[in-house]
Design a protein around this ligand. Structure first.
Ligand SMILES: [Zn+2]
Length: 95
């Protein structure tokens, strides 16, 4: 199954999580974020939950557009594909 929404929704999930962290730690500007991304399962658009291989390019594009007007607006996202079925934030670097 191929769907572009998948990467975009994952980007939103990641930015939501990052915003929470920024709020907790009072971060106003973040230099870079390192992420590890596996095959992530999501439910959306009337699709039942399904697993999909994430396109780094689409994810990066999604992150940049969703992060507008947040502390992550000019953040450099370093995305590493990994085995497994989850994603995680590895490092948040503040200037
Ligand atoms: Zn999908």
């Amino acid at each position: 199954m191929l769907c572009e929404m998948h990467d975009f929704l994952l980007a939103k999930e990641i930015v939501d999580e990052l915003k929470k962290i920024a709020q907790e730690k009072n971060l106003t500007k973040v230099k870079s974020v390192s992420l590890e991304i596996g095959q992530v399962s999501l439910a959306h658009d009337g699709h039942p939950e399904h697993t999909e291989d994430i396109s780094v390019e689409n994810l990066e594009f999604g992150l940049k557009s969703i992060a507008k007007n947040t502390p992550f607006e000019s953040t450099d996202f370093k995305i590493k594909k990994i085995e497994g079925d989850s994603w995680k934030i590895v490092e948040i670097e503040v200037k």
